[in-house]
Each structure stands twice: as structure tokens, then as C-alpha cells.
Design a protein around this ligand. Structure first.
Ligand SMILES: Nc1ncnc2c1ncn2[C@@H]1O[C@H](COP(=O)(O)OP(=O)(O)OP(=O)(O)O)[C@@H](O)[C@H]1O
Ligand SMILES: [Mg+2]
Length: 383
């Protein structure tokens, strides 16, 4: 879908920003450009939609040399969220988002509808924001509008330069999850720039790690974590790669799908028998609709006759799409050895245990080492 062939950019002042970079992004893939400040990420990205022309090398979009595609045509089909956000100050949020739809000649009502949909998608109440101007928004809100604008004309390709850079860490995590959900559905081909390794691992199907204008390693996140090509990559991904691997796995992949449950009206005695038989020290309590309401743990069994008298009510749960690092931190906050996984109506879908997390991590490391043609145990990286 997007192919770079030995692309080099030397700026007029002699700065060699990008040096013989080659990689290919397949349709529907999200490729992260990662690397320290000044390594050439933005320059690489801007050559794809021809905001910058390469000094040498070629870039192909869908097999076509991008210099042979009309510039306007190119930019209508490639959504672009720029690093500095760059909203048009004299245009409302709605008009900003619908920039490309307007170029494409969509009627006004359709443009407004599209802007509303996208605001909703990025968790901004459409009626509150659509008629405001950029100066009336916070930095984080403006950045979300920038992302919405990139999606505006429903382009097959998106270039996103640090799209969540100005957003606080918690909202950022939420937006990343939202974004991944959208991406799962829309399957756009995306190049996504960040210098945050956590974000790269979480978002990328592949990561292109750059240094001083060169592409050092181009690989799926697991391969970068478990098979760094050289010391620079090892240092960049860090010594805590095991923990970072938690971001590669979603709860749905490792949760226990048929958790043992109890109902609030059950006798404690029956529950105790069940726990002993199964050899477990907790049960998830669900109501008649299957909604998760809390836990019974074995240490509380003596305290009453009915489950409802001894159960602890639910405070914490996660969804099936949460990554394991998020799930683990919830488990640690809740103080339980188990986490309930619920759907959007709070219905219990499964449970996650520490043991499941440990096994998933071990498996991931093993798989990566097999793919890399190595046998476990892995060589240690960094230090
Ligand atoms: N117009 C320009 N003229 C001369 N040098 C430039 C120009 N734009 C960028 N550079 C230089 O090219 C190199 C790569 O810049 P680029 O903006 O691509 O980096 P980046 O990886 O996006 O960095 P950051 O993470 O800080 O955004 C840097 O050394 C930068 O100073
Ligand atoms: Mg940049």
C-alpha cells in the first residue's frame, strides 16, 4: 500500500534528515515511526504526501509513484494530523473537521453530520463543540479535533504525527483504546509518529525505529522487544521489556472464559462446597441478568449465611479489549488476585488471574524467540 525505496532527504542547508530509508506498509496496517527527537520521523512522513520532496529515492502508494499522482488528489486521499495540530483559526471546529469533505464537494448537511460523528468518536460532545473556534478549546481538545479532521474525508491512508502528544496520560490511554477500536473496524493504512515507546508498542502492527535519519529496525512490536537488533534498539525499548510485553496482549486473549460464579441469594454452605471441590478461593457474584456484582472469597465464608451477606461489592472491572498492563494495574489497586472482565452492560465475560498473565508473558517471549530462530532462554538485553 505504501512503499518507500531508499528515500533520502537532504535539506538545502545540508542537514541530512533521512538517509536511504526503505520500508513497506500493507493495507490496513498501522505502522509506527519511532525514534528520538530529530531522527527524521516528520520528514519521512511529509514525503509520503509530498509536503516535502525527497532528494532521492521513490515512494509508491498502491503501486503508483507518488510523484505521478496529482498533489491535491494525493492529499484528499491521505488524511493528515500534523504535529503542531494546525487547525484553521477562522473556521469553526465543525468546518475544520470537514475540510476535506468540503474539498470533495459534500453538501453542507452531510459535512456537519460527519463532523458530529467524528466528535462523538473522539469523546467530545458534538453540540458543545461543533460551532466553537479553535481558540476556545484546550490544547488536548484541539489535538482531538486535529485527529478528527484527519479522518474527515474517510481517506484510506492516514498520516498522524504525534496525534496524542498534547493529551494527559489518562485521557491519552482512553483515546488510544478508542482509536484502536476504530481502526479495527475501519482498517485504514496508517503511519503514526511517536517518540513514546509505550504508545508505539500498544498501537503498532509494525514499528519502524529510526536513529539519525536511518531506519534501524522494522519489525512487529514483539520482535523489537524480544529480539532487538542492536544495542541502540535494546536501550530504546528498555530493560523492562517483560513489562512492556504486557501491552501487546489483550485481556480477551488470556481471560478465563467460564469463571465460577455465585448468586447473591445462594447459601454460603453450597458455595463453600463448590469452592472446595474446584480448589479455588474466590467466586464471582452475578445477578440474574449475568451482571457482575462482586466477589465471595474463602476467608469470608464464616461471616454469614447467604452470599449477599458476605460478598464484597464490585468496584473494579475491565473490558475484554484492555491491555494486560492496564488490567494488571487494576488488579494491583483492587488488592484481589483476580479481575472481572465485563462487557458494556457489565455482564461478566470472564476473569483474569495473575497466573494467566504470567503464562501469557512466557508464551509471548517463547513465540518471539522461535520466530527469530532462537531457543529460549533469551539472551539478556541492555544493562
Ligand atoms: N526545513 C528544514 N531545514 C533544515 N533542517 C531541517 C528542516 N526540517 C527539519 N530539519 C532537520 O532534520 C532533522 C529531522 O527533522 P524531523 O522534523 O524530521 O525530526 P523528527 O524525528 O520529527 O523530530 P521530533 O520528534 O522532534 O518531531 C532534524 O535534524 C531537523 O533539525
Ligand atoms: Mg517531528
Amino acid at each position: 500500500m505504501i512503499r518507500l525505496e531508499k528515500v533520502t532527504k537532504i535539506y538545502p542547508d545540508g542537514t541530512e534528515a533521512v538517509r536511504e530509508v526503505s520500508f513497506e506498509v500493507d493495507r490496513g496496517e498501522l505502522c509506527v515511526l519511532l525514534g528520538p527527537s530529530g531522527c527524521g520521523k516528520t520528514t519521512t512522513m511529509k514525503m509520503i504526501n509530498r509536503l516535502i520532496s525527497p532528494t532521492s529515492g521513490r515512494i509508491y502508494i498502491d503501486g503508483m509513484d507518488n510523484t505521478s499522482i496529482d498533489e491535491n488528489e494525493l492529499r484528499r486521499n491521505i488524511g493528515y494530523a500534523i504535529q503542531e495540530i494546525g487547525l484553521f483559526p477562522h473556521m469553526t471546529i465543525g468546518e475544520n473537521i470537514a475540510t476535506v469533505p468540503a474539498l470533495k464537494g459534500w453538501p453542507k448537511a452531510k459535512r456537519r453530520k460527519r463532523a458530529k460523528e467524528l466528535l462523538e468518536l473522539l469523546r467530545m460532545t458534538p453540540d458543545g463543540f461543533i460551532d466553537k473556534y479553535p481558540r476556545e478549546l484546550s490544547g488536548g481538545q484541539r489535538q482531538r479535533v486535529g485527529v478528527a479532521r484527519a479522518f474527515g474525508g474517510d481517506p484510506p491512508i492516514l498520516l498522524m504525527d504525534e496525534p496524542f502528544g498534547a493529551i494527559d496520560p489518562i485521557t491519552r490511554g482512553d483515546l488510544q483504546n478508542e482509536f484502536l477500536k476504530i481502526q479495527q473496524e475501519l482498517q485504514k493504512t496508517i503511519i503514526f509518529v511517536t517518540h513514546d515507546i509505550h504508545e508505539a508498542i500498544k498501537m503498532g502492527d509494525k514499528i519502524a525505529l529510526m536513529k539519525g535519519g536511518r531506519l534501524v529496525q522494522y519489525a512487529p512490536p514483539a520482535e523489537l522487544l524480544y529480539g532487538p537488533k542492536d544495542q541502540f534498539v535494546a536501550d530504546f525499548v528498555g530493560a523492562d521489556r517483560g513489562l512492556k510485553g504486557l501491552q501487546l496482549i489483550r485481556t480477551k486473549e488470556v481471560m478465563w472464559r467460564s469463571p465460577r460464579t455465585a448468586k447473591p441469594d445462594e447459601e454460603v454452605k453450597a458455595v463453600r462446597d463448590r469452592m472446595e471441590r474446584e480448589g479455588i478461593d474466590w467466586l464471582a457474584v452475578i445477578d440474574d441478568e449475568g451482571r457482575f456484582t462482586g466477589w465471595v472469597v474463602s476467608s469470608d465464608l464464616e461471616r454469614g449465611r447467604k452470599v449477599r451477606e458476605i460478598m464484597s461489592t464490585a468496584a473494579i472491572s475491565a473490558t475484554r479489549n484492555a491491555v494486560l498492563s492496564e488490567a494488571l494495574s487494576l488488579m494491583l489497586t483492587s488488592g484481589l488476585n483476580v479481575l472481572a472482565i465485563v462487557d458494556q452492560h457489565d455482564k461478566l465475560e470472564g476473569v483474569l488471574t495473575f497466573q494467566a498473565i504470567r503464562e501469557a508473558l512466557r508464551e509471548a517471549a517463547q513465540k518471539a524467540s522461535v520466530r527469530l530462530g532462537r531457543t529460549a532462554p533469551q539472551r539478556e538485553v541492555s544493562q
